[in-house]
Design a protein around this ligand. Structure first.
Ligand code: FES
Length: 154
């Protein structure tokens, strides 16, 4: 590939809206791979615009960097990914996104019920967590994830 057809890190930053340091971070995580000029400057393929844009959106959707890197690793390195390549990724992450959407909807509905309620009822409120009982069920917002307190309401 001709070096002129490649993008500098500054150009990539302007096109994606990512900071130069963020692009370096993504490169260090293996999401994109720069080639080096004879002056040791980074140059990126145009296809990296889409890789980074995907990473940005996927992170906003809640995918971890490891999940994103795993998906991007399925794309070909020696040619620009095709529509079919991207559609294969889309099909694979659809299930994970559906689970996240369902959890967000459940959380929204629970919070809708609590805002303006304020009862913090031990029997029914998913926000009330006396003595950090939720920690016994595991990490994260356990009651919002569906676990119920074991104690009976007084
Ligand atoms: S504050 Fe009343 S149900 Fe959560």
């Amino acid at each position: 590939m001709a070096i002129q057809a490649l993008l500098s890190i500054g150009e990539l930053s302007r096109r994606t809206g990512l900071s130069v340091s963020a692009i370096r971070f993504y490169e260090a995580q293996g999401l994109v791979k720069a080639i080096r000029t004879t002056g040791n400057q980074r140059r990126f393929a145009r296809a990296d615009l889409r890789r980074l844009s995907f990473a940005l959106i996927a992170q906003k959707l809640g995918l971890s960097l490891a999940e994103i890197a795993e998906e991007l690793a399925t794309l070909p390195l020696k040619r620009a990914p095709t529509r079919n390549d991207w559609q294969a990724i889309s099909r694979r992450i659809r299930g994970a996104l559906q689970q996240r959407i369902a959890m967000l909807e459940r959380t929204r509905d629970l919070l809708d019920g609590c805002i303006g309620c304020g009862c913090l009822s031990l029997a029914r409120c998913r926000l009330y967590n006396p003595d950090d009982e939720a920690a016994r069920a595991g990490a994260g917002p356990r009651f919002l994830l569906g676990d119920r307190p074991r104690r009976k309401a007084k």
